[in-house]
Design a protein around this ligand. Structure first.
Ligand SMILES: [Zn+2]
Length: 322
């Protein structure tokens, strides 16, 4: 039997797990609420271990069959030491030597990486970026994360601090970003930003606000609700998506000028909006490229769904040498 790989995507609210066979096929998926593992530092890792062992048992797999265990975590992750340093959504986990601990308990190579790096790696190996050598990944979630595959390798930069593509500033006088800078891509093309823009448009009674409010029917203007409203005929909802798309397009043109990627993969919850977001993004990017006839703008949506980071983490662990 080829060795199995286990990948985890640990987020502030939930943990996604994917068990892969030797060919990268997903054998089993699992989801847990992060809060289930408690907040006491000494209980988090044993609680995680028991859930992972339960998952293996349900596939009749023993610890000895595991060829690697990968973890994708938000924030600043030290891939070399296996320690999580700075994770604003996961404060209880900060400073845990999670990599060495899991390597000891599961007796297999463990890989730890930033969640968007893991996602980029998963999409590159088995998803929308398969077969490319240079790939940029943008994860449009609550915020915006980035991942770079350059010359067939993941690029992390000095101390793993690179590829923060969501904080590429696209307007120096622009909106304030959570990072303290102004005009970051994240302040326009993340879920939080999109919903905040929609709330402001409704509050100032922008043209079309009545139709949008009617379609929202009292629900908050989440990206999913704004997609439905756009499909239901709201011009304002379409405009809000177009605005986010244009901001994305400005960033895409910059990324193509810098990296000349073979492909750009758009992941994260906002990628579900499809053409509502991608068409204005593509148009805006083409307008801004140095030479759109020569430069390549190959934009794809993610292919691995919500499990991309867990799958990528598992595959990264498979690359580690025991
Ligand atoms: Zn920022």
């Amino acid at each position: 039997m080829s060795r199995r790989l286990l990948g985890l995507d640990v987020g502030g609210t939930g943990i996604k797990a994917a068990l892969l066979d030797g060919e990268g096929r997903v054998l089993r998926r699992a989801r847990w609420a992060t809060a289930e593992l408690g907040i006491a530092r000494e209980s988090i890792l044993p609680a995680l271990e028991s859930r992972l062992l339960g998952m293996l048992a349900r596939e009749a797999i023993t610890v000895g069959d595991l060829g690697g265990l990968g973890l994708a975590c938000p924030g600043l992750v030290d891939a070399d030491t296996g320690r999580l340093h700075d994770a604003p959504n996961l404060r209880h986990w900060e400073g845990l030597d999670i990599g060495p601990w899991l390597a000891d308990r599961f007796r297999c190579p463990v890989a730890l990486d930033n969640d968007v790096n893991a996602l980029a790696y998963g999409e590159w190996r088995l998803g929308a970026g398969r077969g490319t050598r240079d790939m940029v990944c943008l994860a449009l979630g609550t915020g915006v994360g980035g991942g770079l595959i350059l010359d067939g390798k993941i690029y992390r930069g000095w101390r793993g601090l690179g590829a923060e593509l969501g904080h590429l500033s696209i307007d120096r006088h622009g909106r304030r970003c959570a990072c303290g800078n102004r005009g970051c891509l994240e302040a326009y093309a993340g879920a939080w930003a999109l919903s905040a823009t929609a709330r402001r448009a409704l509050a100032r009674r922008a043209p079309g606000h009545r139709a949008l409010a009617r379609l929202l029917a009292g629900q908050p203007p989440t990206p999913a609700a704004l997609s439905r409203a756009a499909a239901g005929g709201s011009a304002l909802a379409r405009e809000l998506w177009a605005e986010a798309g244009c901001a994305l397009g400005v960033a895409l043109a910059g990324l193509v000028n810098i990296f000349a990627p073979e492909r750009i993969v758009i992941a994260g919850g906002l990628s579900r909006a499809g053409r509502l977001l991608m068409e204005p993004a593509c148009q805006e990017a083409r307008r801004r490229l140095m030479n759109p006839d020569v430069q390549r703008l190959d934009l794809r949506r993610r292919a691995l769904g919500d499990d991309g980071a867990a799958i990528g983490a598992a595959l990264q662990a498979g690359e580690e040498r025991p």
